[in-house]
Design a protein around this ligand. Sequence first.
Ligand code: ZN
Length: 287
Amino acid sequence: MLVNTKEMLQAAQAGKYAVPAFNIHNLETVQVVARTAAELESPVILAATPGTVAYAGPEFLLAMAAVAARKYPVPMSLHLDHFQDPDMLIELIDMGFPSVMIDASHHPFAENVALVRSVVEYARQKDVSVEAELGRLGGREEDLEVDNSDAFLTDPAEAQEFVSATGVDSLAVAIGTAHGLYKAAPRLDYKRLAEISLRLSVPLVLHGGSGVPDKSVRETIRRGVCKVNIATELKVAFAAGVKEHFSVKPEADDPRQYMEPGKALMKQVVKDKILMCGSDGKGGRSK
Ligand SMILES: [Zn+2]
């Protein structure tokens, strides 16, 4: 059964590891993520952006994830990532999505609080977990693009006020990561993260995990990060496998054949990230 992300993140917090959240888009990517997580006995979060929901359709996503969660005995969630429209979230919660992110980080503090609180109040009644973001990541994730001059890091005191005013279950923090690919290795503000962690009891979330060295991600996990989002690296790997296939066999026309190399390369990334998060072996014998 698909579960919300509350308990799996609390378990990660207690166990000092992180649960990876992998962006999925279609049947193939759901299969790769779910199978690999099961092989490594890792709890796992399948994440879908507004672009993915528009592309695949919410019913297909829910059905595919539900089948995966029935088939593989690890804690599995389907999480809506970076939704900015609370009305759309309410509709999707009603359809059965168990975990959501309301991203109102582009609004001033008070509006961010009000929007997030309205979603939390609704989600609570349905046992749905809610993530929000304070501070703003730069970079690009699909149609979400934030200029570096608009990006800002999370203020620890504000974060404390934000969480108690909204009642969110987890908080995405901006500590120097960005969405998309990095031109240079990101410089992470560990001190800020440690300070946020000290003030908050909710699990923290690291967005923009693609391209951050494993060592740095582990440092963030040591300082309270319990969920690490991976999107871009998966897409790059999948595309590389498919491109390689076509470069060798330009006449290929069978998706059952040309998708396989993409799946294989993506699988390796999923595996590496699970090991990086230290979530392997943490999802055994679950509901
Ligand atoms: Zn993100």
